[in-house]
Design a protein around this ligand. Structure first.
Ligand code: SF4
Length: 81
C-alpha cells in the first residue's frame, strides 16, 4: 500500500466541498464551513495540517481527485514510499 503525505492549508479553504465529494472518508466540512482532514495534525511552524498515512490505490485515487478538484488548490499530496 502506498504511503502518502497530505498537506492541507485549511486557512485558504473556501468551503466548496469538492474534496468531501471526492474522498468523504478523509474530508468533512466543519462548523465554520471549512474542510477538516481526518486525523491530520496542525504543524505550528507552517500552520498547515499534515497527515501521513498508508492508503489503498483506491483511496489514493480519491485523495488525488480531491486535490485536483479543490478550486483554491490548498491540498497537496505526495507519495513517500
Ligand atoms: S475542495 Fe478545497 S476549498 Fe473546497 S472544502 Fe475542500 S479544501 Fe476547502
Amino acid at each position: 500500500m502506498p504511503k502518502i503525505r497530505v498537506v492541507y492549508n485549511r486557512e485558504g479553504c473556501i468551503g466548496a466541498a469538492a474534496c468531501e465529494l471526492a474522498a468523504p472518508k478523509f474530508w468533512k466540512l466543519g462548523k465554520d464551513n471549512k474542510a477538516d482532514l481526518a486525523q491530520a495534525k496542525l504543524n505550528p511552524e507552517t500552520l498547515k495540517y499534515e497527515l501521513e498515512v498508508e492508503v489503498t490505490e483506491e483511496e489514493l485515487k480519491a485523495l488525488k481527485e480531491s486535490a485536483d478538484s479543490c478550486p483554491v488548490q490548498v491540498i497537496e499530496i505526495s507519495e513517500i514510499s
